[in-house]
Design a protein around this ligand. Sequence first.
Ligand code: PLP
Length: 495
Amino acid sequence: MELMYKSTRDQGDFITSSEAIIKGLSDYGGLFVPTNIPKIHKEIDKLIDFNYKELALYILKKFLTDFKEKDLIDCIEKAYDDKFDTEEIAPVCKKGENFFLELYHGPTLAFKDMALSILPHLLKSALKKNKITKEVVILTATSGDTGKAALEGFANVEGIKIIVFFPKEGVSDIQKRQMITQKGDNTYVIGIEGNFDDAQNAVKEIFNNEVYNQLLNKNNYILSSANSINIGRLIPQIVYYFYAYLKMIKSKSIKKGEKINVVVPTGNFGNILAAYYAKEMGFPINKLICASNENNVLYDFIKTGIYDKNRSFKITSSPSMDILISSNLERLLYYISGKNEEVVLDLMNDLKVDGKYEIGDNMRIKMKDFYGGFASQLQTSNCIKEVYDNFKYVIDPHTAVAYSVYKTYKNETKDITKTVIVSTASPFKFTNSVCSSIGINVEGKDDFQLIDELSKECEINIPKGIEDLKNRKVFHKDICKKEEIKDAINRFLKV
Ligand SMILES: *Cc1c(COP(=O)(O)O)cnc(C)c1O
């Protein structure tokens, strides 16, 4: 049976998964969601020996029902190949009582690769299936990691152009360097004077600007998105939760059917939403632990039911989580409101007008499996040191936020359920904070020198993706104000 997709904010049309991937965002600003979440039925025995690609096919087939199986296989083969530095794709690493799910073995060293290595292939296949001959323009706002992962995925893909906006002051040296050295005639990278929310809002506004979309259409372009507002980003992320679980059964760390917790360092709420989908599919998750940094809007929301972005924006050592508007929360609101588009629309209007909304007890009760916590800068740094001292294992600041929140959770609840800590980035991507946390002197050294020092001190090889980063040529030097984004796009597209 075909699984259809619809908007979170209006009754609107029901569309297929391939159409939802092409459109990215619905016409009236809502996000696409599957009309129901497919279930797994007592199939764990059957899945236990699946490798990552086989498991990906199993999950994708359930959600992307209008794709032919052979097309999905083709997309999966192209995505999860030797771009990843381990055949496992997403290894689970046990340190003490902690299970770290390492999602950073892809080409850009962050978990965004898990979905963005497959999205371009899904999109291409979707375009073909829907007989769309217009050129697709991918517009993406990035807090640092999405941008490079999307560029890497879409560079030189025929029939698609990609434009990435990053907050000029909000990304690490290495993240920035990765982006501005991107090759490919179809790529364009621009720094924005503002923070991630400014960049994301500007991009969303362009999506919703009908007049501008018509202008692009006239010039034979259509817009799409590589941000996690695209459902094609979310679904491939469900796979690794299953994969980790099956691995833990295989290594006899847990018994079949035993529940686990997941701790997810959270920004735009995409990664943890994929875990929620996994849980709704029937996968045995106990608690979904949402870890924030000092931009702790989600922590407050989970505690009080009030989402309030009216607060100062903090630049932290975990920049990919420096976000005050978590877009994917809208999808959760849709489900916990009992799929009530009117409620979601009202809440989103409140957010737009007042920067704030509140949900009722009827909705809060459906979030009882979520636990929210946050880590301060100091706690984050201390956790990097603690994990290194205890296990000689180096984690990045995002993962450290998750680890810290997990510690708080354990202290508070005494819950001894086995827990997966989602590791979202390689420590080599954030060398300054990692090195200073574990006691390497960083004074007067740039991030690139620190790559070498970290490698020497901790006896780990420098990942391929950043080896020669320092010497790569810079291709993208443009900076613009957020009001000038449209002009920048027009220049690149020559419209
Ligand atoms: C994007 C990102 C996050 C946040 O993930 P969301 O899906 O936006 O919640 C966390 N850590 C790293 C390293 C990231 O790149």
